[in-house]
Design a protein around this ligand. Structure first.
Ligand SMILES: [Zn+2]
Length: 281
């Protein structure tokens, strides 16, 4: 995919190098993530941990991104811009304005409107402050491991989180959360799956647009989808305080996720992404 010479979003809040509280190590959730990642990549977990931890910021000094980190920042800003183009257009088509989300980049630990998160927990969306949170150190691992395949996986993850923001703008997120407060754990999870699959569908809608903007082809898509499935937020997001998607394993199966993503990619129409009224998503 092509991104190096393309326009960046200005809706980036760069909190790298700021400490969100105590100096962050890997918490329980981060540890699970590292183990999952190690299994996928057949890397020694201890090696992965040292790679993650070596990115710890020193809060006494201004943050000095490395060239690699700088390229990751740019990549993220370009993809965010793509999602803005996609969703501004989509909302215009239904006579509405799209409120662009802010994307927070962080290292170590971050305080969001939904609670405190550790680096290594994976990206997430907070509906309370309407921001997407991304820790770039995990992305660096991905990129090192998967190369250009990893590029698309990272893009997919951003587009998925932005998908939750779209759900927020359309009122779906709040509606589902209100319903969930009255449901049994089983029904609660079933509804979470539908919410996640819709965010995957929305990521597919973005990818369709990106086909031209970023010169994506089907091969990019299919090979990267494999990576994305492995590192998607069902694999990396763990039970954490006040997260939008509190259950790590209620995101649907890999098959379901790929299917809804591809549906979005094929139709390009976000209005056809109703994962709630189909009997069997
Ligand atoms: Zn999600």
């Amino acid at each position: 995919m092509r991104w190096k010479d393309r326009e960046e979003s200005s809706n980036i809040e760069d909190r790298r190098g700021m400490s969100g509280g105590a100096k962050a190590g890997l918490g329980g959730a981060g540890l699970i993530l590292v183990i999952v990642f190690s299994l996928i990549t057949r890397q020694n977990p201890l090696e992965v941990i040292s790679q993650v931890n070596s990115g710890q910021p020193d809060s006494n000094h201004a943050y000095q991104p490395s060239a690699k980190e700088e390229s990751l920042r740019k990549f993220t800003a370009v993809i965010l811009k793509d999602t803005e183009t996609t969703w501004n257009e989509a909302f215009r088509s239904i006579g509405r304005d799209y409120k662009e989300p802010v994307l927070v980049m962080f290292t170590g630990q971050v305080k969001s409107g939904c609670g405190v998160a550790d680096a290594g927990m994976g990206p997430f969306y907070c509906g309370e402050d309407e921001k997407v949170y991304i820790d770039l150190s995990f992305y660096q691992l991905l990129k090192d491991r998967f190369g250009s395949k990893g590029d698309f996986a990272q893009a997919y993850v951003i587009a998925h989180e932005v998908g939750h923001h779209v759900q927020k703008q359309l009122g779906t997120l709040d509606k589902v959360h209100a319903m969930q407060s009255r449901l049994s754990p089983k029904d609660y999870n079933a509804l979470s799956v539908r919410l996640e699959l819709q965010a995957d569908y929305y990521a597919g809608v973005w990818a369709k647009q990106a086909r031209e903007m970023a010169s994506l082809d089907e091969n990019d898509l299919r090979s990267a989808l494999e990576v994305a499935k492995a590192i998607g937020d069902d694999a990396i997001q763990t039970q954490a305080q006040g997260y939008v998607v509190p259950d790590a394993f209620t995101h649907g199966t890999s098959e379901q996720r790929a299917r809804w993503f591809l549906k979005g990619w094929e139709s390009g129409d976000f209005r056809r992404g109703d994962t709630f009224s189909v009997r069997n998503p």
